[in-house]
Design a protein around this ligand. Structure first.
Ligand code: NDP
Ligand code: OXD
Length: 314
């Protein structure tokens, strides 16, 4: 029995070595193989730990009992048209990663809430021009997706006294957070949210959800933070909303194509801030135990933790 790691980073990179050393430390004697060089006999592979696997690869492993995402998102696994039937798909749900994601979003939101770009411009012009920022309770923030990450972010925003709403598929009862849900709840949610943070999974229902219609529904002069997936944003609609003044800013961590190509107009856009999909990088030190617990469960035929509902896509 073997665990196959299918990852876009090289096993000899520092991140690759961190994963391998942590896995071997926590499960001595494990037959850990890296795709493609150590694939070996595919019949011996009983679990795959994957991020962006080549389409069809998982289906070529005849004795697979578990497909485990290397991160919280699973879109790069579920987009495989040949995803094998009947094999559970699990994801990482890790407090370390959740904290990093909330921190990223808070940093972005506070940046705009306190008008940090103005003070950068003022510094460049040696201009001393203090202005009073609105109180947090006058700032209406909308969190799209209040699952593991969005719920944590919303609670932290409430603790800072922001006026917070969440949008999800099912209604929520979070203290201090106005709950909107379903297709009918989207427009009123957007209409009350000056700043919108996207923390949705990428599914056929959420693809392109941040589009011209959504931006037009938001109050003029607001902005978005997208730390979920690039496929949530319609790029041309975002640029038009920024250029036309409907939106004042966008902070983007994720893109339809990653790395973001040098010729992409987002790079040079003055109202867009970019980070290279590092809002929350899975930390092997904290995530490996739950992955190996699932590996043990798969081998023992026990129920798997943090499984994905394939019909919902998350
Ligand atoms: P969860 O699965 O825990 O939560 C998803 C939330 O989205 C839920 O509240 C769910 O509603 C809601 N949702 C899903 N589909 C819809 C829909 N059609 N309409 C309305 N609401 C919907 O996800 P996580 O919080 O764990 O992660 C969210 C995403 O963050 C990941 O899928 C990944 O893409 C991204 N991510 C990005 C990282 C980065 O570094 N940039 C790092 C980690 C994650 P309900 O509660 O009703 O089910
Ligand atoms: C994730 C990510 O989904 O890093 O975990 O994007």
């Amino acid at each position: 029995m073997a665990l196959l790691m299918i990852a876009p980073w090289a096993p000899e990179s520092s991140y690759g070595r961190l994963w391998a050393s942590r896995i071997r430390e926590r499960m001595p004697g494990i037959d850990l193989r890296h795709y493609p060089n150590e694939l070996g006999d595919t019949a011996e592979i009983e679990a795959a730990l994957a991020w962006m696997p080549p389409a069809g690869l998982l289906a070529s492993l005849p004795n697979l009992k578990l497909i485990h995402s290397l991160g919280m998102g699973v879109d790069s696994l579920l987009s495989d048209p040949d995803l094998p039937d009947g094999v559970p798909v699990a994801r990482v749900v890790d407090d370390d990663l959740i904290q990093r994601m909330s921190e990223y979003c808070l940093h972005a939101l506070l940046h705009y809430h306190r008008d940090a770009d103005k003070y950068d411009r003022d510094k460049a012009a040696a201009r001393w021009d203090p202005a009073m920022a609105p109180h947090a309770r006058e700032r209406r923030i909308g969190v799209m997706g209040v699952g593991a990450i969005g719920r944590d972010l919303a609670a932290k925003l409430v603790a800072l006294e922001f006026d917070v709403a969440g949008w999800s598929r099912s209604p929520k009862g979070m203290a201090g957070v106005e709950s909107f849900h379903g297709a009918d709840g989207l427009e009123p949610f957007l209409a009350r949210s000056q700043y919108v943070v996207c923390l949705l999974p990428l599914t056929p229902e959420t693809e392109g959800i941040l589009n011209a219609k959504a931006f037009a529904a938001m109050p003029k002069g607001g902005g978005i933070v997208n730390a979920a997936r690039g496929g949530h944003v319609v790029d041309a609609d975002l640029i038009a909303a920024l250029d036309g003044g409907q939106l004042a800013f966008a902070k983007l961590d994720v893109f339809r194509q990653e790395p973001l190509p040098p010729e992409h107009p987002f790079w040079a856009h003055p109202k867009i801030r970019i980070t290279p999909h590092n809002a929350g990088i899975t930390n092997p030190a904290t995530a490996v135990d739950q992955i190996l617990e699932n590996y043990r469960r798969a081998l023992a035929g026990e129920p798997i933790l943090n499984t994905v509902d394939l019909s919902r896509g998350y």
